[in-house]
Design a protein around this ligand. Structure first.
Ligand code: G1P
Length: 292
């Protein structure tokens, strides 16, 4: 029986060194794209896929991430008094139902696999989603929802997959494809950050996963992989054979917001989707790129 998907884990303990000094006192997941922080995009995407319970894997200096989803009474009162119903609605939209969000600390940054292992009690014996907020996806259907649709048919482990240029494979987890069905692929293995020459394909895993709890058996062994870190990719790879495994070539555009160029591009792409901003953005872009 395929169990319903209710839970999501959001690893947000990273130091964000690539965005210093902006991230000296600010969690990188609080960096906004247009006017919403990255973490809010991730939570909204998960809720659109039917997720009801959330666990953030945090670390020191990350309390704002949990606070962002609280009720802000003072702000609400002020907005009400000032007659700003639209802003009030937006603000209320960020408050989560009571008891739906918890946080767990990853005291030492030992890798993504270790961060996920910290959520083992939260996950228990249920399937769960993982969203890496750095990966921001602009799509018609929210990316995790696309994965959930496949999961509800196949069960097992499902990851978001994207063709990347060969030269970039060593930045990602890469799938070893056994059967390519077009939108969905069956993988026989996966490798974390392989050298270009050793990569089994150029189909990369993007930061959206639906996993069954079997992965914890392997994570609990604390085996180190690429970069000396406990890698999620390695633990998932070990479940292949006992748990179905599918990659989904999702519809949509992915922005790597852990990278400065990717982050800047995300602002432009998301702003161009906003009726209130698109004309202004188009106009100023033309002044920077007069030849286009
Ligand atoms: C992580 C995963 C990697 C995946 C990537 C997607 O790497 O370990 O498998 O391809 O996210 O963004 P990181 O970007 O944290 O190095």
């Amino acid at each position: 029986m395929i169990k319903p998907l209710r839970k999501a884990v959001l690893p947000v303990a990273g130091l964000g060194t690539r965005f210093l000094p902006a991230t000296k006192a600010l969690a990188k997941e609080m960096l906004p794209v247009v006017d919403k922080p990255l973490i809010q995009y991730a939570i909204e995407e998960a809720r659109a896929a039917g997720i009801e319970l959330f666990c953030m894997i945090t670390g020191r200096g990350k309390t704002a991430l949990v606070e962002h989803f609280d009720i802000a009474y003072e702000l609400e009162t002020t907005l009400r008094e000032r007659g700003k119903p639209d802003l009030l609605d937006q603000l209320r939209g960020t408050a989560m139902p009571p008891g739906s969000i918890v946080s767990v600390r990853q005291q030492v940054p030992l890798g993504l696999g270790h961060a996920i292992w910290c959520a083992r009690a939260f996950v228990g014996d249920e399937p769960f989603a993982i969203l890496l907020p750095d990966d921001l996806i602009l799509s018609e259907t929210p990316c995790l929802k696309q994965l959930a649709e496949v999961y509800h048919e196949t069960g097992g482990n499902v990851v978001a997959a994207l063709e990347v240029p060969r030269a970039q494979v060593s930045r990602y987890g890469i799938l070893d494809v056994a059967e390519d069905k077009g939108r969905v692929v069956v993988a026989r293995g996966m490798v974390e950050k392989p050298a270009v020459a050793a990569a089994p394909s150029n189909l990369a895993i993007i930061g959206r996963y639906i996993l069954t709890p079997e992965v914890f058996t392997h994570l609990a062994r604390f085996e180190k992989g690429a970069g000396g870190e406990i890698q999620l990719t390695d633990a998932i790879a070990k479940t292949i054979g006992s748990v179905p495994f599918h990659g989904v070539r999702f519809e949509g555009r992915r922005f790597d917001c852990g990278d400065k160029l990717g982050y800047l591009e995300a602002h432009v792409a998301f702003a161009l989707k906003r009726p209130d901003l698109a004309p202004g953005v188009r106009a100023f872009l033309r002044t920077y790129c007069p030849d286009h």
